[in-house]
Design a protein around this ligand. Sequence first.
Ligand code: NYM
Length: 211
Amino acid sequence: GQHSSSRGSLIVFEGLDRSGKTSQCGKLLSYLKGEGLSVEAWRFPDRSTGVGQMISSYLANQSNLDDRAIHLLFSANRWEKRALMENKLQSGITLIVDRYSYSGVAFSAAKGLDIEWCKAPEAGLIAPDLVIYLDVLPEKAAERGGYGTERYEQLEFQKRVAEHYKTLHDDSWEVIDGCLSMEAVQQQLRELATNCVKTCQRGKPLVSLWS
Ligand code: NYM
């Protein structure tokens, strides 16, 4: 059973734009809540902070920033949430997070920045217990009602992002075929998340990312 001292899980969703992350996160959140779990949905970029507003304006093409400067802002946006994230996890709350450091690296590397340079500022953030990668071919994602008008929402760019994501997979990753039906994907996610939550409740330690 769940002990008051047991920690929550950090479950991260990654994937290309229009891979279905946001819908699946929402469904998983409702399901886990229904199971009586303490759970919150987060997302990065968190556009509610000062840093987040700079990112949002950059993404909307309302401002221009040097590629490294925007990379560091995305990272700072995670760092400013790190302490709160750890407190929530330690107090038993599971976090379902729509994008994290892997987006940071994959999108910046797709512009030609060095991967190790991109990873460095992420080292020391909390490592996810589970990364769910919703795998959809860039061409298929592009067909899904089309991209929006934000920066990066272009097929050729998304193809490069997909290639960089592939180099980031580690033991915490589960690759799910995002072209299956909404229900079939959700069914797999529920099972993966439930197992992950149990493992963390049994005392799996929190560790740092890439350090
Ligand atoms: N993005 C997101 C990055 O380039 N770096 C990051 O660190 C993160 C978290 O922002 N195209 C990109 C990926 C998306 C865009 O994300 C906005 P969303 O999930 O559409 O709000």
